[in-house]
Every structure is written in structure tokens, then in C-alpha cells.
Design a protein around this ligand. Structure first.
Ligand SMILES: [Zn+2]
Length: 385
């Protein structure tokens, strides 16, 4: 499977390159697309890429004739990711871009564009790619980006870390490998199996036992004792490498499992470090006239629960007659001529899958406000050139 392998240097270089490319004047795609890219198209569009994480899928070892198989495997990869929580609920935090790349020969052999190969770092099943090549072929993104390289092989393997995962896309285990590797790539999660290198850095691994975590208020201390979807309570289970893990089993220990609660929380936090709760709001001016409707558009969740929207007027709860979910009707605030009111919408993710309330307040809550009143609107109008 894989070991966490952060790539700070390469990633920084890639980000710097992406920033440079973003600043460069627009040129025809054909002039900048690296050789071998036959197509690059959105597979899933959930909204403005600047407000999403763009998951870029790329294939290696597929000849032009094999691209139909690659496209099917790319679609399957996204389906596998969104079959597991928290990605199922939070899938609209992503846009998915599929890059169709033709290799000169079939399979993972020397000379393939992404340089994918098994056996890196001396581990047979570890499937690596040339990080620089993957980033180059993926191209720049408007917002955050995560890269997934699909290798044309049926042999078992993958790797994940630092915003990049690899996958043996033809393996019968591909879907389950992907669910594991994306835990590394997106959440910075560590391997919970006994033979994993003893690195206690990842959020789901600890050098401390339960008492130590509680005492130092570190790692998943808030979750200790909670009933976990993997079965059994969250605790501190000692692995063969001497580290503690949160649950007896999980997808970071055994393929086909689920993310335990501490890992799920770490993944949600990773998403909110890259995506803000409010996608957009209307009108996008500070001052609005009485009668104008106000609306916020939180990033949608999949399922019954959505981000909560709370409206206030001058710091007090907005009158119920003016509020309809994500919208507020300013004509129902009872404002007379000359009145001014400060209307604020607070969007918050109230998920019980998070217990780090400081994080919720800082990253999972966002506010937008307007000054409502005819005088306010006049003032805006007078500012126009
Ligand atoms: Zn792993």
C-alpha cells in the first residue's frame, strides 16, 4: 500500500510554478499543454474551482487506444472515493478534472509520461510517480489541488501523501486501495498497521496511551470512549510498531474498512483548510436598499444535513417572518425611511464528526454582512464613478 511521504520541497516548487503560470497571460491551450495530453476536461463540476479542491486525475501507461479503459477507471476512482465517509458527505468540496494522457507503450514501463513504477524506497507494492511530471501534466489550478495518478496495471499497489496519490487502477482492489491512499494524500493520515514505520506525527497515530493523551490534551483525546463506526469504542490500541491507533481496525489498517472518528475529523479539517464554508453571497455589495433579497450560498453537503445559516439584525436574531433558510427578505425587517440595519448571515458546519471546537469556530464558520437601508444604498450609488 503505502507510507506517508510528504513532499514539501516538490510541492512548494509546484505551487510556486502554479502561481507563475496563473499570473502569465492566457495563451491557447495547445501552446502550453505538454506533449501527450489529448484532452483535459471536467469530470465533476461542483462550483467555482477557486472555492473548491480540484482533484486532478491522470493516467500513465495507457496508449491512445487504451484511453477508454482509463476513462472508465477514472470514473470508478471518483465513485470509490465518494462511497466512503467523510468524502461521501463532503464530495461537493471537490471539482474533478480528468487529464487524458497517451503513453507511447502500454503498461508501466520506462518512458511513460508520469514515470510510474513499483518498488520505490525498496517496497515492492509501493507505486511511485515522478512528482514533477504529474504536476506539470496536471497544470495550474484556480484553488487547491490534489493529484491522483492512475497506473495502467493490474498489479497491487499505490502510494499517498502530500496532496498526491497513486493507484494501480486495474487492480481488483483499486477502489479499496484508493480509499486508503486518499487518507494519506488529503488528510495526512498515517498507516495503522503493525509493520508501518513508527512515525507518531500523523493525527491518527500517537506515542501516548489513552491516559497520556487525556493528560496532555493531544491527538484524539476528545474522542476516547466514543462509539466508532468501525465497531467498538475509540481508544488507544497498541500496534506492533509500538505506536497507538484510535480503533482496533480501520481503512488505514485494513483495506475495505472505514475511517475511524479521529481520522474522519482530520479529513474534514483538511477540507476546511482549503475550502471556506460560504461559496458566495448576493448581492455582493456591502450596502443594499430595503426590499433587496439577501442570500448566502453555503457549500452544499450530500445527505440530509446542510451547513446551518443563522441571520441576525443589529446583533439580534432576525425576525422569523423575514427569514427563509439561506435567504432574507429585507422588506420584512420593518425598516422605515432613514433607518439603517446591519444584517449578518453566519454559516456554520455543525457536524458531530468534529469535536475540535476551536477549529470549527475559526475555519468551519464564516460570516457575511450587509448594511440595509435606503440611505445605505444611496451612499453606494454615490460612490460609483
Ligand atoms: Zn498506507
Amino acid at each position: 500500500m503505502a507510507f506517508l511521504s510528504p513532499r514539501p520541497t516538490v510541492l512548494s516548487a509546484v505551487l510556486a510554478l502554479a502561481a507563475l503560470v496563473a499570473l502569465a497571460p492566457a495563451r491557447p491551450v495547445a501552446a502550453v499543454a505538454p506533449t501527450g495530453v489529448l484532452d483535459s476536461r471536467p469530470l465533476v463540476s461542483n462550483g467555482d474551482p477557486a472555492h473548491r479542491i480540484t482533484l486532478v486525475l491522470l493516467g500513465d501507461g495507457y496508449t491512445a487506444a487504451e484511453l477508454p479503459a482509463y476513462r472508465a477507471e477514472a470514473t470508478s476512482a471518483w465513485r470509490a472515493l465518494t462511497a466512503i465517509e467523510p468524502f461521501r458527505t463532503y464530495q461537493r468540496f471537490f471539482d474533478v478534472q480528468r487529464v487524458d494522457l497517451a503513453s507511447p507503450a502500454s503498461g508501466l514501463r520506462s518512458g511513460s509520461p508520469l514515470g510510474m513504477h513499483f518498488g520505490c524506497e525498496g517496497v515492492d507494492r509501493m507505486l511511485c510517480a515522478d512528482d514533477g511530471a504529474v504536476a506539470r501534466y496536471a497544470g495550474p489550478a484556480a484553488g487547491s489541488r490534489c493529484l491522483l495518478a492512475l497506473g495502467n496495471t493490474t498489479r497491487y499497489g499505490g502510494e499517498g501523501g502530500g496532496g498526491l496519490a497513486t493507484l494501480a487502477a486495474g487492480s481488483p482492489e483499486a477502489a479499496r486501495i484508493l480509499q486508503h491512499e486518499m487518507g494519506h494524500a488529503i488528510g495526512g493520515l498515517g498507516d495503522e498497521y503493525d509493520a508501518a514505520p513508527p512515525d507518531a506525527g500523523p493525527p491518527n497515530l500517537a506515542a501516548q496511551d489513552a491516559d497520556g493523551m487525556r493528560r496532555e490534551r493531544v491527538k484524539w483525546w476528545r474522542w476516547l470512549g466514543a462509539p466508532d463506526p468501525s465497531g467498538g469504542p475509540v481508544g488507544a490500541y497498541r500496534s506492533g510498531n509500538g505506536l497507538y491507533r484510535p480503533t482496533r481496525d480501520s481503512v488505514m489498517r485494513t483495506l475495505g474498512g472505514v475511517y475511524n472518528l479521529p481520522s474522519r475529523e482530520a479529513l474534514i479539517e483538511a477540507l476546511y483548510r482549503q475550502v471556506r464554508p460560504i461559496d458566495r453571497s448576493t448581492p455582493d455589495t456591502d450596502a443594499v436598499a430595503v426590499g433587496a433579497p439577501l442570500q448566502v450560498f453555503p457549500i452544499p453537503l450530500v445527505g440530509a444535513r446542510q451547513l446551518a445559516v443563522v441571520w441576525t439584525v443589529d446583533g439580534r436574531p432576525a425576525p422569523a417572518r423575514a427569514v427563509s433558510g439561506d435567504r432574507l427578505d429585507t422588506s420584512r425587517l420593518g425598516l422605515g425611511p432613514g433607518d439603517l440595519a446591519q444584517v449578518e448571515a453566519t454559516v456554520e458546519d455543525t457536524t458531530p464528526w468534529l469535536r475540535d471546537e476551536d477549529f470549527r469556530r475559526v475555519r468551519m464558520t464564516e460570516r457575511v454582512d450587509w448594511t440595509v437601508g435606503d440611505r445605505a444604498a444611496d451612499r453606494t450609488a454615490h460612490q460609483l464613478p
